[in-house]
Design a protein around this ligand. Sequence first.
Ligand code: NAD
Ligand code: GLY
Length: 354
Amino acid sequence: MEKINVSLGDRSYRIWISGGSLGGLGKRMAELGLSGRAAVVTNRRVAGLYYGVVEKSLRSSGFNPVPVLIGDGERFKSLETMWRLYDRLLGLGIERSTPIVALGGGVVGDVAGFAASTCLRGLPLIQVPTTLLAQVDSSVGGKTGVDHRMGKNLIGAFYQPKLVLVDVDVLRSLTGREFRNGMAEVVKYGAIRDLKFFEYLEGRMENILKLNTADLVKTVGIACATKAGMVSRDERESTGLRALLNFGHTVGHGIEAAMKYRGVKHGEAVAIGMVKAAEISERRGFASELVAGRLSKLLERAGLPTDMPRFDRASLIKALRVDKKIAGGINRMILLERIGKAVFKEVKNINEFI
Ligand code: NAD
Ligand code: GLY
């Protein structure tokens, strides 16, 4: 069992990580002083797999759980889903003390988190992430929200959970591609912040891909601890530290947008974006060692793509121009000084990106 603290004063919380921890959810929630009805926001697929265990655990700790289903997939990360969710939650007669449990991947976590932040001006939020991406990234740090037709994640709020409970055993029901999608973010933590972790991944990648529980607990634990440390120091992304988590995302988002979010997963696009950023770091002399080859080798061993897909170059350049990190017409990009150390740099000419 790994226990990680996200230190944010009176909004601090714990991340519990182990194999088989789902059955202990009720106990952990009761320890926080929560009780009564609990709205479990999830989707049909995840509910079919894990709602039973969650329900049993909550009931045995005295809660009265109610499942609240939303649609499955990014297209349901929308204001339409929010309206339906508000109708359902308010229709249940929830009170300000009613916990919202987000049981699912990043879509469920972001939507349920935003509902918790806004409904009755704030309800206790419990994150129970069930994809690797959600376990190492979206459930930690308090970014919640939905997409707008003008872009992803444009409507939302910072709202920290009261508890994050990670059961690595649930990763066994993910498709291989979904699991690898999360591995891109795992490799990212090593690349930007932690050489030792990067070396650990180089040594154990095949064991992690075999879903060995001890390796998974360690991998998810280090990833969460890295993110927790960065969020604790820069919760609102105002000093540039938390923004380093966007390594590989400038080109990654560009690829996703240019491909209209079809045929490529976020982690796959980020893997390609990280290699591109590493190549630019070398080419422009920011990197003190060769970083791109080492990074792409590890990503390839994780089964992730590292080459740019074929598509209209003009649409990529257009997508890069609307990237959120462009300020005053200047593109800010995260580059690697070495494996384990990322830095923010301004790059004036957009063509240098690709
Ligand atoms: P997702 O939530 O769509 O989940 C992927 C698929 O896996 C879905 O079909 C889901 O039903 C299924 N699934 C979930 N858990 C499962 C399990 N244990 N077994 C079998 N199937 C399971 O996608 P995701 O990759 O988890 O999350 C992507 C979302 O996360 C995006 O909307 C992204 O913007 C968001 N995100 C948010 C943050 C943040 O800080 N808030 C960070 C990164 C990503
Ligand atoms: N996923 C980036 C962040 O949480 O800041």
